[in-house]
Design a protein around this ligand. Structure first.
Ligand SMILES: [Zn+2]
Length: 135
């Protein structure tokens, strides 16, 4: 199983730097899948935390990299590529809890909107503060 988090870059443990997915696609079109696997398989990791192994999903239509479900926990704490997954889990939990009658749902939605609004406000305040400091 894969997820929707995009990995446009990858960490290559051979030369210990990040590379763009583009490079891998170029390599693939020149040399094919077998050589691609020899060069990269098991040697590429999340470009942010360099801990979670990346899976090569290359086919005729789609060329991408992803972290397999069972490797999601290998991201370092706070890795931005892992955050979205955690949020998805939280969202699922949010909706899957039992005894969701209508008023319950409404209350939860209200809370959600409220928290979204507050986080936006906070961002806005931070931005304003930045602008004031610059002027
Ligand atoms: Zn990561």
């Amino acid at each position: 199983m894969t997820n929707k988090i995009k990995h446009d870059e990858f960490y290559f443990e051979v030369d210990k730097v990040n590379h763009e997915l583009r490079e891998m696609i170029d390599f693939y079109s020149k040399y094919g899948r077998a050589k691609l696997d020899v060069k990269y398989e098991g040697k590429i990791y999340c470009s942010i935390c360099k801990q979670a192994p990346l899976n090569i999903n290359f086919g005729p239509k789609r060329k991408g990299l992803s972290v397999l479900q069972q490797n999601q926990s290998k991201h370092l704490d706070g890795c931005s590529k892992a955050v979205e997954e955690a949020n998805k889990k939280e969202t699922n939990q949010f909706y899957s809890e039992s005894e969701l009658d209508k008023s319950h749902i409404n209350k939860r939605l209200e809370l959600l909107i409220h928290s979204l609004f507050n986080s936006k406000k906070l961002l806005l305040r931070k931005r304003i503060r930045k602008i004031l400091k610059l002027s």
